[in-house]
Ligand binder design. Structure first.
Ligand code: NAD
Length: 433
């Protein structure tokens, strides 16, 4: 892993270029994609203490009891298109460091970065057969789900695929962790700093064309939106939509014509249901790239919780703006949403932030931080509709996911035959004697 870390660092530009070419995000975002994955490799370099077991000596005369953590065998990972380097790196470095072999299925939409990473892992000395990459979509996933040798599956992607994979895998006795879709809210209090909050909101909503699982896609303005409207509109309009490799690009294309059409349909459904489109990114044309899947930053105001544009994950550069009378109302609104991945509060009040942190029913919380993706010594802790499984990805929980405890009871007494002739449970010997 130390060598892999070094090689990923040395090849960051190659990885970033591949991501930008295939996925479309800007080069700066693509470097971030690699860097956030690299952090997990660094965690794997130091994860030996997480593999330590426990021991209680002399639970009865000459008897010790101890547990060791062992690998599961063959594990698999099924990845989404939006972080082609980071998500594979959430998975295989921990799995193989724990002693498993791994079958990685990148997204069929952008498998290039996973292939470069696998090549770097081989250069780093990973034995042949330890990391295996398979390509394809539904049929390949079904083979992974049904293969009796595969003991655990890590999935990151949409609700539909993730629920299906969780159910079909679990029914067959596999361990499954499924990171699902999201609707991440920002709650904005009237005392928040305008400039930094608007900057944070636009970066987190429109960056990577909104195709981040932790993108802020709904903003709840406590006390009304009036003072926020103009600065937000100006900031959204100032962003440059362009190909990811162009130096001035802020927002790249969407992944496919289908994703673009779906995003535009959901914007229209919001308008039809009574929202106002105060910045409309539909119909953007980028000179030199006229055939691209472009949707520019879009702001919908007057969004209501019953609207389809609010209830569906748009996964595009669209920020839905809602209003709430009080912080309590805003918290209730966020908690009523089916997803529970990430959220953020913007305020100058420590007491309000503390109340929010305590009462919000969401697994990752930012306080004046728009995209609170945890560093790898914590885990990625989506809640409710954004996660299925018991053990989250990376961090301590990730190591537990890829290992199982074996508990040993051993008896060694000087001068005695090792195997006990007693028919009683070990430990009862002492009670009976
Ligand atoms: P997706 O669910 O369409 O695809 C993910 C993977 O599942 C791909 O490898 C694909 O081949 C496979 N797949 C898709 N449908 C399948 C089916 N019916 N049967 C078997 N396999 C299937 O997701 P996507 O469009 O690539 O990624 C975007 C989604 O991922 C968004 O919903 C986003 O919120 C989510 N996401 C979540 C997280 C998180 O950590 N919670 C992180 C990144 C992305």
């Amino acid at each position: 892993m130390f060598k892999l870390q070094e090689l990923i660092r040395a090849n960051t530009e190659e990885l970033a270029r591949s991501i930008t070419m295939e996925q479309g995000k800007t080069l700066a975002d693509a470097r971030g994609d690699v860097f956030r994955g690299l952090e997990v490799v660094e965690y794997a370099c130091g994860m030996a203490p997480q593999l330590a077991g426990e021991m209680v000596e002399n639970v009865a005369t000459g008897i010790d009891c101890y547990s060791i953590r062992q690998p599961l065998g063959v594990c698999a990972g099924i990845c989404p298109f939006n972080f082609p380097a980071m998500v594979p790196l959430w998975m295989f470095p921990l799995a193989v460091t724990a002693g498993n072999t791994f079958v990685l299925k990148p997204s069929e939409k952008d498998p290039g970065a996973a292939m470069i990473l696998a090549d770097l892992a081989m250069q780093a000395g990973l034995p042949k057969g330890v990391l295996n990459v398979v390509h394809g979509s539904h049929d390949v996933v079904n083979n992974i789900l049904d293969h009796p040798d595969i003991k655990a599956i890590s999935f990151v992607g949409s609700d539909k695929a993730g629920r299906y994979i969780y159910e079909r895998g679990s029914v067959q006795g596999k361990r499954v962790q499924s990171n699902l879709g999201a609707k991440n809210h920002a709650v904005v209090l009237p005392d928040a700093d305008v400039d930094s909050t608007v900057k944070a909101l636009t970066g987190a909503s429109f960056g990577a064309a909104g195709q981040r699982c932790m993108a802020i896609s709904a903003a709840v303005f406590v006390g009304g939106m009036d003072k926020w409207k103009r600065p937000l509109m100006d900031a959204a309009k100032s962003l440059k939509v362009n190909a990811g490799w162009e130096a001035d690009a802020d927002v790249g294309p969407m992944i496919s014509p289908e994703a673009k059409a779906r995003c535009e349909r959901l914007i229209q459904s919001g308008i039809s249901e009574g929202a106002q489109c105060i910045v409309d990114g539909r119909g953007v044309s980028v000179p030199g790239y006229e055939q691209g899947n472009w949707v520019g930053p879009t702001l919908l105001s007057n969004v209501q919780p019953h609207m389809e544009c609010y209830n569906e994950e748009i996964f595009g550069p669209v920020l839905s703006c809602l209003e709430a009378g009080t912080l309590d109302d805003a918290i209730s609104l966020v908690n009523a949403n089916k997803h529970g991945n990430g959220c953020a509060i913007f305020t100058r009040s420590g007491a309000a932030a503390r109340k929010f942190q305590h009462e919000i029913d969401v697994g990752m919380v930012g306080i004046n931080v728009p995209i609170p993706v945890p560093l790898p010594f914590f885990s990625f802790t989506g809640w409710r509709g954004s996660f299925a499984g018991d053990l989250h990805m990376y961090g301590r929980a990730g190591v537990q996911f890829y290992t199982q405890p074996k508990t040993v009871t051993s008896k060694w007494i000087m001068g005695e035959v090792a195997a006990s002739s007693s028919q009683r449970m070990p430990g009862l010997d002492r009670v009976g004697s």
